[in-house]
Design a protein around this ligand. Structure first.
Ligand code: SF4
Ligand code: F3S
Length: 375
């Protein structure tokens, strides 16, 4: 059986080589065959979603997704992937939470639609009554061994909760405060992030989480820290338009405040990633996305340093080098978590229609900070 240490090594090796699933499958299949691993029962509920995370998950090419479903996991209910549909499929879901309490993983994909008691989002039908996403997620979530939210919408509300949020959508944690929700964020979440988290749960239990409930093994570092264009940033060489090869900070890149391992893992079997395509990171893994990260092509406002000194981010491009850039980056990160950037954004956007959305993002950050009690 693979040790946790070896598993963590494969997570990184698989990112660099682009074949995490391929590396992880043989030892796991062997362990499953030898009865060393309990095949993990998994049910997935889709709520307010574009189903992008299912499509992302299906991008595991080697081995195929079906190998994982049949050999390593007990993937019981997922209405996109199920061969049976309707009541027959729904019966499997009911059987799982009634007969396997505290033994299954609930995955939620999509935001929690709250308006009008959730009746814009029906996900089931029982005894002549429609069941809402919120109702089903609460019912199944309270009996699950683990609750995993995947994608930007399920984790923090995402685009579905974007200003003016007519459906009053929010993330799973907000409607399931009794449980600690594991957040695998991203728009969509990378297939390795989803599968790696599920495998960690199956083999070693809950992975170490950071303050916003994300597994540190995938969200432990900023995009900026590992970005291949970092040398441009450090030398103050900035692209002036999207599509150019230099650092994309001044055309809106949110890499300095975005936590994910995209630069080393990349997407579509390691084919490419946003910055590799000469477009800015838009911060899709962060709480408050997309409102807090909008406009996507504008850089952060001037950053106030303690003591009242103001540093204009444009001045970086005029030759502020090395250490100053690092200091600014560190400050941007600290500011985001302490709410300073949100305050500045609120000030600078007072006359724009982003204000309510940013207020919401600010309130959300406060909620998380209080919940995690870390700052
Ligand atoms: Fe890379 Fe964006 Fe950081 Fe520039 S600002 S180094 S493009 S992550
Ligand atoms: Fe999202 Fe940025 Fe990665 S936009 S996909 S976190 S590079």
């Amino acid at each position: 059986m693979l040790s946790r240490r070896d598993f963590l090594k494969l997570v990184v090796k698989g990112a660099v080589l682009g074949n995490f699933s391929q590396l992880i499958t043989p030892p796991l299949a062997k362990a499953v065959a030898a009865g060393e691993v309990h095949k993990l029962p998994v049910v997935m509920i889709e709520t307010g979603t574009c189903t992008g995370d299912s499509i992302s998950l299906d991008n595991i090419w080697t081995p195929t997704f079906s190998d994982i479903l049949t050999n390593i996991l007990d993937w019981r209910y997922d209405w996109i992937m199920n061969q049976v549909q309707g009541q027959e499929a729904y019966g499997i879901l009911q059987e799982t939470y009634e007969k396997m309490p505290h033994d299954y993983i609930l995955i939620v994909q999509g935001s929690m639609i709250q308006r009008d008691n959730g009746h814009y989002n029906h996900v089931g039908y029982e005894n002549g009554k429609f069941i809402t996403g919120i109702e089903l997620v609460r019912r199944i979530g309270l009996k699950a061994k683990y609750v995993v939210a995947i994608g930007s919408c399920a984790t923090y509300g995402g685009p579905v909760s974007g200003y003016p949020n007519p459906t009053q959508s929010t993330g799973v944690q907000n409607i399931l405060p009794e449980r600690r929700v594991i957040n695998v964020s991203g728009c969509p979440a990378h297939p390795d992030w989803i599968m790696g988290t599920l495998l960690h749960l199956a083999l070693y239990g809950e992975p170490e989480l950071e303050k916003f409930g994300r597994p540190k093994l995938f969200y432990g570092e900023t995009v900026h820290n590992r970005c291949p264009r970092r040398r441009f940033y450090d030398q103050g060489i900035f692209a002036t338009a999207i599509g150019q090869k230099e650092c994309l900070f001044r055309v809106g890149c949110k890499g300095p405040v975005t936590y994910s391992d995209c630069p080393i893992r990349r997407w579509n079997d390691r084919f490419n990633w946003p910055i590799g395509c000469n477009t800015p990171c838009i911060g899709c893994t962060e709480p408050g996305y997309p409102d807090l990260m909008s406009p996507f092509t504008s850089h952060f406002p001037d950053i106030p340093f303690p003591g009242g000194t103001k540093v204009n981010t444009d001045s970086i491009g005029l030759g502020v080098l090395g250490l100053t850039s690092v200091a600014i980056t560190g400050h941007v990160v600290t500011s985001l978590y302490k709410g300073r950037i949100q305050k500045n954004l609120l000030k600078t956007s007072a006359k724009t229609n982003h204000r309510p959305a940013l207020k919401k993002a600010q309130a959300f950050h406060k909620y998380w900070l209080k919940k995690t009690n870390k700052i």
